[in-house]
Write a protein that binds this ligand. Structure first.
Ligand code: GLY
Length: 384
């Protein structure tokens, strides 16, 4: 734990209250590597130290979300320049559509032209799109260079930036091409959440609620009872929730980095969510919105199959609604979603592999759910 006290200003937290918050540091253990994760206001100031500790670092390439860069890019570049190394920048247009082969190809070219080499480090600065795309560029250019994740959205802080998954989408499906590539470190600066657009902010709560629903009934109860304060960015509560989610994710990924078993539980709600995002051509729904609908469907499916305790689905849906998240998919056809889910990579020998709740806080992975049961449940879900 780094003992540094910082103060949130009212300006940084327009709907919160000023308070002292300690910078939290977690150490996430993977095979052969420990990844430090900093959580707190002004934690970006750890970046020169983190990068400075990298021996032979030659060059830093910032891969930034275009909207985030407008607000916070210049000050981040100044911090990176404090390492004394050259800094170059690639901008990625905001939105899921950027997580594609064309953008990846452009990043490779820009990195090579900017003078990157095998001792360079990519700093991915933005939400999950930039983390996944910039992360995959780092994983693949020169057969893999260093990466630091600087997530600026709630969703990327509690899920996408921790655990080493990087990917791009294909028209056939989400995250179908990618690599596991652990970062040197993850720097979650809570100041960035103050400028997050409301829709992105709400969307992030889906991954928070997912994390609690699959692994911690206690965290889930906290989310149920403290929705107003958390949505209002109450700083201590928010930092605590982000830390709790990161710890759960770190535990799961620490045990199963390559998703051979336990890590699959993190995909709760993602089977239908990825279908929704694919059918909507990566526009129309934010990832968290699709995950909220996907979790609601998976909970209802679990109850219909007798796997999920009765009442868990309505409790989950009430919690999602209290954070402003959608629990029903409208304007989508079962046929299109079932087709899209055919390309899902979360499959076992018996077809699609469903992560279902047994109750709030616990899960079971179920193979071989008959296709007609899924179809009937999906038609009910879309019609209801
Ligand atoms: N987002 C799911 C995982 O990291 O495994």
């Amino acid at each position: 734990m780094v003992a540094r006290q910082v103060v949130w200003s009212e300006k940084e937290l327009p709907r919160g209250r000023a308070t002292d918050l300690a910078l939290r540091r977690l150490q996430v253990k993977f095979t052969g590597r420990e990844v430090p994760v900093w959580i707190g206001p002004r934690s970006r100031e750890e970046l020169p130290v983190l990068l400075g500790a990298r021996r032979d670092l030659s060059h830093i390439h910032l891969v930034a979300d275009s909207e985030v860069h407008k607000l916070h890019g210049p000050s981040l570049v100044r911090l990176l320049e404090a390492t004394g190394k050259p800094v170059s920048v690639s901008m990625v247009p905001s939105g899921e559509a950027s997580k594609c082969a064309g953008e990846l190809f452009r990043l490779w070219q820009e990195m090579v032209r900017a003078g990157c080499n095998r001792d360079s480090c990519v700093v991915a600065f933005g939400g999950g799109v930039v983390g996944d795309l910039g992360g995959f560029a780092a994983a693949s250019v020169f057969r893999g260079i260093d990466l630091v994740q600087v997530p600026t959205t709630l969703l990327a802080m509690v899920d996408a930036s921790v655990g080493g998954k990087t990917a791009i989408n294909l028209p056939e499906g989400k995250n179908l091409v990618g690599a596991f590539h652990q970062p040197l470190g993850v720097v979650m600066d809570l100041d960035y959440l103050a400028t997050l657009p409301d829709r992105q902010w709400i969307s992030g709560w889906a991954e928070v609620i997912k994390t609690a629903a699959i692994r911690s009934a206690r965290l889930f109860e906290g989310l149920e009872s403290r929705a107003a304060g958390l949505l209002g960015k109450e700083p201590d509560a928010l930092a605590g929730v982000i830390e709790a989610c990161c710890k759960i994710k770190a535990d799961v990924v620490g045990e199963d980095e390559r998703e051979a078993g336990l890590r699959r539980i993190l995909n709760f709600g993602h089977t239908l969510a990825h279908g929704i995002e694919t059918v909507a051509e990566y526009a129309g729904f934010l990832h968290g919105e699709a995950v909220a609908m996907g979790m609601s469907f998976a909970a209802e499916l679990g109850e219909a199959l007798g796997v999920t305790r009765r009442g868990a689905a309505s409790r989950l849906e009430a919690c999602l609604r209290s954070y402003g998240l959608p629990v029903k998919a409208t304007g989508l056809r079962a046929k299109d979603l079932l087709e899209a889910m055919e390309f899902d990579k979360k499959r076992g020998p018996a077809g699609l592999r469903w992560v279902l709740l047994t109750e709030i806080g616990d899960t079971k992975t179920v193979d071989g759910v008959p296709a007609e049961v899924v179809r009937a449940q999906l038609e009910r879900f879309l019609g209801g």
